[in-house]
Design a protein around this ligand. Structure first.
Ligand code: FES
Length: 322
């Protein structure tokens, strides 16, 4: 198969800005993107720089962008990419921020590792130095981790995350999924401490914008987004939730569904923000005029409201205040 590969090149020691270099090469039908990089390096240009180690989707070092999506080079088949995007592949590093690019496809991942540290990414447990037997964990208890332990810290989710790109203080999907891994681990003794960290407004789970890009790009099906929603529940269940706009928003959501069976957008903002709702008045008036929000007495009730209310009662783990 003949392909064209456009690779971002940059050496911060000699180049003032990144540029793209195009290579034309023949690859096998079974080739993965890492084979393409190897071939360029070995046959055309030995200075091409990228990270790789295991070649089997285990070490997490070969994360790059292919046609603007974060992937593992060693797990991404060229044939699939060509079928999707045509015969030209655009290969770039995970972050396109120039100060972060060290050389070609290698970036400085210090931000990623610093954010991971914030959730204390290690088991905190009372260790018996001379145990009589191993600490048994049942298959049911392991199920609760829901593949969170499969994370290989490749950074694909972190550098694709919309919240992270807009809010530098956001902990990011990888570290939050890892926080969940320890929260769900029956051996860990720092559940509340971790939940307090991820409950922080501005940096924690409430700042996820729910774009779900992390699910799409995770090469190990860790699904950080679902782990973030589990952390929301744990925060309430463990009584860690502070009364703030984010937790009131979550409560307001349930309140509205319980009352109408559908979402009352107007009341949800009032419930979340209280008197601060006045600053949203111009948008509220515009939405009202377009029929997107209704006055409380105009709100329709959903079909099967009783059924919905019963379902909420069965599944609700947290008592609403007010
Ligand atoms: S080389 Fe190890 S995950 Fe790709």
């Amino acid at each position: 198969m003949k392909i064209r590969v456009k690779v971002l090149r940059f050496n911060k020691e000699v180049d003032s800005k990144p540029y793209y270099k195009t290579y034309e090469l023949e690859v096998d039908e079974s080739a993965v993107v890492l084979d393409v990089l190897d071939k360029i390096k070995w046959k055309f240009d030995g200075s091409l720089t990228y990270r790789r180690s295991c070649r089997h989707g285990i070490c997490g070092s070969c994360g790059i962008k292919v046609n603007k999506k974060n992937v593992l080079a060693c797990k991404t088949r060229v044939k699939d990419m060509v079928e999707k995007f045509g015969p030209t592949l655009l290969i770039e590093p995970l972050s396109l921020k120039v100060p972060q690019i060290i050389k070609d496809l290698v970036i400085d991942k210090r931000d990623f590792w610093e954010d991971e540290k914030r959730i204390k990414p290690y088991l905190i447990a009372a260790i018996d130095e001379h145990p009589k037997m191993e600490h048994l964990v049942t298959p049911k208890e392991v199920e609760k981790l829901e593949e969170a332990e499969n994370c290989i810290a490749c950074g694909c989710c972190y550098y694709e995350c919309e919240s992270k790109s807009e809010n530098r203080d956001f902990i990011g999907p990888m570290a939050l999924a890892k926080a969940y891994k320890f929260v769900a681990d029956v051996r860990d003794r720092a559940k509340k401490e971790r939940l307090e960290i991820v409950d922080e407004l501005g940096s924690g789970v409430w700042d996820c914008v729910k774009c779900q890009a992390c699910i799409e790009v995770c090469p190990k099906d860790v699904d950080p987004f679902t782990k973030i929603t589990h952390l929301h529940n744990e925060i309430f269940e463990e009584g860690v939730a502070k009364k703030n706009v984010a937790t009131k928003h979550a409560e307001g959501f349930v309140h509205s569904i319980k009352k109408h069976g559908i979402l009352d957008e107007g009341m949800l903002v009032l419930y979340s923000e209280g008197v601060n709702v006045v600053r949203h008045m111009p948008e509220a008036i515009a939405m009202f005029k377009k029929g997107k929000i209704k006055l409380p007495w105009q709100m329709p009730k959903s079909e099967g409201l009783e059924e919905i209310q019963k379902l909420i009662e069965i599944s609700q783990t947290h008592e609403l205040k007010g």
